[in-house]
Design a protein. Structure first.
Length: 188
């Protein structure tokens, strides 16, 4: 019996083989698309991942820091025909921050908030060089360091200072800044 040799020609030459080749390509494409089809297990995995992410983001709210944030109340301060964002919060006086019970008044215009004291001190120095000689630093229990451009005893003084810092092109302020800070111990 003679030996049979097989050869595979990647380029079919007969009419029937040429018609089968595109059909095979289309069939392979359909099978690959079916494998990518979303199914119930994919939906469940995505849902469970989203729930985990939500738990992680709310985990901080269940900590002591979340409790401090909830205690800080946000309101609006009426000053003439304007209303300004007002936050009432417990604060302490940062060492070498320029603030004390004698210098801090009821309404304080906050233009910076930082987790690092070094950054707050840098901003305070820039503010003083830019014409805000009363710039000071206070901090919360978290600690979060607030840089205050100035302090005021009346809502009208606070409005004037708030408008000044809002118009000052040398200050780059991002929401929620600026806002008026009223220390808890002065809110009564």
């Amino acid at each position: 019996m003679p030996a049979t040799t097989w050869s595979i020609n990647p380029y079919p030459t007969s009419q029937s083989n040429m018609k089968k080749c595109p059909l095979l390509i289309i069939a392979a494409l359909l099978l690959s698309l079916a494998a990518c089809k979303t199914n119930e297990s994919n939906y469940r995995a995505a849902y469970e991942a989203a729930i985990e992410k939500q738990k992680e983001s709310t985990a901080l709210d269940s900590t002591i820091y979340g409790n401090y944030r909830r205690q800080a109340s946000m309101a609006r301060l009426a000053a003439g025909s304007d209303t300004l964002p007002l936050r009432t919060e417990s604060v302490a006086y940062t060492e070498n921050g320029g603030a004390s019970r004698e210098t801090v008044k009821v309404y304080n215009v906050v233009v910076g908030q930082f987790k690092q004291l070094f950054n707050a001190r840098q901003m305070r120095e820039r503010l003083q060089a830019e014409g805000y000689p009363d710039a000071m630093i206070v901090h919360t229990r978290e600690p979060l360091y607030y840089v205050i451009a100035g302090t005021a005893g009346t809502p009208e003084e606070a409005r004037n200072l708030y408008q000044r810092v809002s118009r000052d092109k040398a200050l780059v302020l991002k929401s929620p800044l600026p806002f008026i800070l009223r220390p808890n111990h002065l809110a009564h």
